[in-house]
Design a protein around this ligand. Structure first.
Ligand SMILES: [Fe+2]
Length: 320
């Protein structure tokens, strides 16, 4: 520890934060920048001016950020100016995008590194062992294996993951009609560690499509409702072009522009997009509703080659 000991550092979230009084006698010492490192969290005392302590927070977690702000309210540190650009990149958050080359499906592993609780979005049956191995290697406990919708182009890995990683529970939208341990409706929350995904009903590609909105990380997982510069087809599984258009415009394009969107698939090598990009460049969803319906009615797509196998399997968690 540094000389900040004398100011009774407060333990927050496993790290120390010092609410330092800015008396005249302290000025000289505090003007020399110091770095306190505790549990990989760095606090840098930047400078003191006019009885105001400027503390640079680096690698801070959300609780640390909130605590720093509370110090301002309590007037213990007179003023805390948050200078760190890393505030939004929480060190407790783990994120990994995985890919299936056969169906071009993205699977997403999200976890709270502190509690070790993890969720997997849209796992693929053939990669259940890959995913289980990764989760074990990084030391997480999979609590939920969840789908954005009942897929027609691949068999879900949720059922197999439940047997590979006992304790895992499966999740899907109630309107999908598929079996799962937990059925979600619009507005439901999925909690892992200190994080929460919010289910937003975005029907259109299928009746039961959900978008998982992750406000704490400015992300959303759109499934097949919105793809990068595209969208899911609407010509089977009770698809409706009008509903998909309304879902995107009312539930996804209304998110903040900077939110990163992660789709269930990409066929051109892209990995993610943003709300702002799709509002500007999506060739289908920037059109009027009537134009969009016309486009979707004339795609002339082939019958999905996996659908006759995938749908019956996905109705029962991929166990068939
Ligand atoms: Fe789909």
């Amino acid at each position: 520890m540094t000389r900040m000991d004398k100011y009774s550092p407060v333990n927050v979230d496993g790290a120390y934060f010092a609410g330092v009084p800015a008396g005249e006698s302290d000025l000289h010492a505090l003007l020399r920048p110091q770095i306190l490192i505790s549990n990989k969290i760095e606090l840098k005392l930047s400078c003191v001016k006019n009885n105001t302590i400027f503390i640079m927070l680096q690698k801070v977690s959300l609780p640390m950020y909130k605590f720093a702000k509370s110090l301002c309210v309590l007037n213990k540190a007179h003023h805390v100016r948050l200078l760190s650009s890393a505030v939004n990149q929480e060190h407790n958050f783990f994120f990994r995008q995985l890919f299936d080359t056969v169906s071009s499906t993205y699977t997403y592993l999200l976890a709270d590194k502190r509690t070790k609780e993890a969720v997997l979005i849209d796992p693929v049956l053939e990669h259940a062992e890959r995913d289980a191995t990764l989760i074990n290697e990084v030391g997480f406990k999979l609590i939920y294996a969840m789908n954005t919708h009942m897929h027609a182009d691949h068999v879900t890995g949720t059922g197999k993951l439940k047997s590979l990683l006992p304790g895992t529970r499966s999740i899907i939208g109630k309107a999908s009609g598929a079996q799962a341990d937990i059925h979600l409706v619009d507005g439901d929350l999925v909690t892992f560690g200190e994080y929460q995904l919010q289910a937003a009903a975005t029907p259109g590609h299928t009746n039961g499509c959900l978008t998982y909105i992750f406000n704490q990380q400015s992300m959303a997982f759109t499934g097949d409702t919105l793809l990068i510069r595209g969208c899911g087809r609407t010509d089977f599984q009770e698809g409706s072009s009008e509903r998909l258009y309304q879902s995107v415009h009312n539930r996804i394009f209304t998110l903040p522009d900077h939110y990163t969107l992660y789709p269930a698939h990409d066929y051109k090598g892209q990995t993610a997009t943003t709300v702002a990009e799709e509002k500007k460049y999506n060739p289908r969803l920037t059109k009027t509703l009537q134009e969009f319906i016309h486009i979707m009615d004339n795609l002339n797509l082939p019958y999905p080659k996996m659908i006759d196998k995938a749908l019956p399997a996905n109705r029962v968690c991929g166990l068939y």
